[in-house]
Design a protein around this ligand. Structure first.
Ligand code: EPZ
Length: 436
């Protein structure tokens, strides 16, 4: 079975280049079908979630050109107003952005309910509430599809009951070509919300206030083609920052927007890491054992839930007792059972994890429960003594481009293997590297 084999114990060191933001790219690729002209999107990460949404766009008639690994040219002129449904669409979360995009373009959409990581209930009531406020009739219809339809979409004043990234983005897309003005209150402020708004504005939309909790949209007649480059991935960058810290390494993370990482650098500093920022890079140095801290996940600019497993690993190795409160998703501590196999001491009570830091981890066989938790378990394996095998890596490949390759360039012993023979070869190569 395909898995990662890891030999831990090497502090990560060197430089790593961050890819484009997966969650911004999913929204922007979906929005690209709204124009009847070609759109060129650069800095798209090469990960499986992206391939899934591109496949869905092609299935409904979108012309997709892929001139290089990180660039897509999409022409929405031939996109058909037809149901969006296939296995890949049902597996990923970001496919729900095609509801807002197609509703905005055709006043009608029928899209399979999304999947995504099993980290909680993940309702989409706020998305549907927003579509209804714009004048759409919305129903859940067999076989597990969202159907939304309107004679005319009309701007509205929408107050979100919870801060939702997905609902904010979906409502922006559905309202950019609606008649009149839309105001979204209590909007999500994440960097990818801002990136989506900037992208749509570059296509002629009139969106103001993205990045604050009130977003104002003046409906326009139509959108035109554009060229756009996706922002760097805040969570991929954070994952390498925390991997550097957990392995007591020295890593410079390049192609980042340091402002997006402030919630992470603040926590790393509290634990004793040294952080140096420049215009588009952050260097993380951890020379001694880190110390405990407490953290609560919150919408941006708070500490991201997508970094909660990674900080869980770090604090499991830090001196003293730390408390993590997960306030966004109710089922995001599954990784702590896997971490316990390595010797971590974590007690989960409801949405709180109480962590007694241990001196070190020992390698173990683990299963990635979801995307971010999977990446965090790899980090733990890199910090452990001995060998670990990590299974269910398809989760990790949904969101991390070249994960083993980038880690190897930082001195990690990690390989993706499929057979016992491949594993034996990988382990031999680790040992040769260490001796050499
Ligand atoms: C997005 O999910 C991301 N996914 C997630 O990243 C991320 O964890 C999450 O935002 C929070 O930052 C994508 O962008 C594709 P939400 P989303 O709507 O949009 C509740 C990753 O690893 N809620 O902001 O599904 C919800 O239950 C993934 O890359 C409602 O109650 O998250 C949660 O408690 C995992 N009703 C909170 O809001 C709704 O209609 C925030 O969810 C919508 C959400």
């Amino acid at each position: 079975m395909e898995h990662y084999v890891v030999k831990g114990g090497n502090p990560l060191s060197g430089e790593v280049e961050i890819s484009g933001a997966k969650n911004a790219a999913l929204a922007i690729l979906a929005a690209s079908v709204m124009a009847d002209q070609p759109v060129k999107i650069e800095n798209v990460p090469d990960v499986s979630d992206i391939r899934a949404i591109v496949g869905a766009i092609e299935q409904i008639g979108g012309q997709v050109d892929h001139p290089d690994r990180h660039t897509y040219c999409i022409n929405g002129a031939f996109v058909r107003d037809e149901p969006v449904d296939n296995d890949a669409v049902r597996k990923i979360r970001g496919s729900y952005y095609l509801i807002g995009a197609l509703l905005g373009k055709f006043n009608q959409a029928k899209v399979a309910l999304p999947g995504g990581c099993d980290i909680g209930l993940r309702p989409i009531d706020q998305h549907l509430k927003g579509f209804r406020a714009l004048g759409a009739t919305v129903r859940l219809v067999p076989p597990g599809m969202v159907w939304a339809s309107a004679q005319t979409l009309t701007g509205s004043h929408i107050y979100m009951d919870v801060v939702s990234v997905g609902a904010t983005i979906n409502i922006i897309m559905a309202s950019v070509m609606a008649k009149g003005n839309t105001i979204i209150e209590n909007a999500a402020k994440e960097p990818h919300v801002v990136d989506l708004a900037n992208f749509l504005n570059s296509m002629g939309a009139r969106i103001r206030g993205a990045g604050t909790d009130v977003i104002r949209i003046r409906g326009v007649e139509k959108l035109h083609g554009t060229e756009y480059s996706i922002i760097p991935d805040q969570i991929e960058a954070g994952t390498y920052m925390f991997a550097a810290a957990a392995t007591r390494g020295d890593v410079t993370i390049r192609n980042v927007i340091p402002k997006h990482l402030e919630c992470l650098t603040a926590k790393l500093k509290e634990t004793g890491c040294e952080i140096t920022e420049s215009d588009d890079a952050v260097r993380v140095v951890a020379v001694r054992r880190l110390t405990h801290t407490n953290v609560k996940t919150l919408p941006y600019p708070g500490f991201p839930t997508d970094m909660q497993p990674q900080i869980g690993v770090l604090l499991s190795l830090a001196k003293g007792t730390s408390i993590i409160t997960e306030s966004i998703f109710e089922n995001r501590f599954k990784y702590t059972d896997e971490l316990a196999k390595m010797g971590a001491s974590v007690r989960v009570e409801g949405n709180t994890a109480i962590i007694e830091g241990v001196e070190g981890f020992t390698g173990a066989n683990m299963n990635a429960p979801d995307l971010r938790a999977g990446a965090a378990l790899v980090t733990a394996a890199l910090a452990a003594t001995g060998y670990s095998d990590i299974y269910d890596i398809h989760y990790i490949e949904r969101g991390y481009e070249d994960f083993p390759e980038k880690l190897r360039a930082l001195g990690a012993c990690i390989a993706k293997v499929n057979t016992a023979e491949e594993e034996r070869k990988a382990v031999n190569s680790f040992n040769i590297r260490i001796v050499g």
